[in-house]
Design a protein around this ligand. Sequence first.
Ligand code: CA
Ligand code: CA
Ligand code: CA
Length: 284
Amino acid sequence: MAYTYELSGPTPTLPAGTLRNPTPRTSDNFGFAVGISGAPYYMAAVGAPFDGTTAFQKGAAYTFGLDTGEPFLGTMSLLPASPVGQGKNLTVSFAGWQDENPPLSYTVLIDDVVVSPFGSSASRMIIGPTAEGTHTLKGWITDSSGNRTELTQNFTVIVTPEDWRFQYFGTTENAGNAADLADPDGDGNNNQLEYVAGTVPVDRESRFRARVEPVLGQPQWKRLIFSPRLAGRTYVVKACEDMQQAEFSILTITMMSDNGDERTVTDLIATSPMKLYVVEITMP
Ligand SMILES: [Ca+2]
Ligand SMILES: [Ca+2]
Ligand SMILES: [Ca+2]
């Protein structure tokens, strides 16, 4: 027999694979010469000058497919695409995977937990996570020698307006207390704002708050303080100095700091006698 080695170092000691003469004979000198081709289809040719089994008193060369390669070229897709609602049915599909050593098997993991086990089906129905925010989808594509390719993509679970209404009002309809423009807890934030801000629409203590403060010793500065600032949402502060035009532009000359879920944006050019600030909140 002949042994193959991974030449990651100058003196490898453990063979990566074994090439056996399928018809061994004493002193056939199998392995006298070995040739190996490169990626992606690893092949080896092994000579046996005194083989004598393929023809009387003739040598032979044997070819081997060496499966050291991982599956390649394919894709993994998620349907529906990110962002997805909470606990929704999702389909993960694998397509276009190639390997010199099929058949291939697939495994699906979410947040490093197997949610669809090792098997031959390239299309998997899974139930998505319920926790809002970013999650990791991993696919393992495995050839029949155990070589594995791992693909990773992030996806986001969002609370849809319908899920949100159902959670707090028992209905998915944009009507009554659940209507976007209603303010059933009387906190001055309508439901649409509470949904986007991530506050509770049936608790008047839970609402989006913003205030402007002077900065001691810095008469040209103003501090805008708002909360809650939640992970996954983006907050852009805009300002308007001309009340007639009411055109808001993004505040660029600022300092920013976070303390818990409270964000402070300091306007370093708050010199006009009147300045109106807005915070634009964007959900994932
Ligand atoms: Ca392979
Ligand atoms: Ca409210
Ligand atoms: Ca509220």
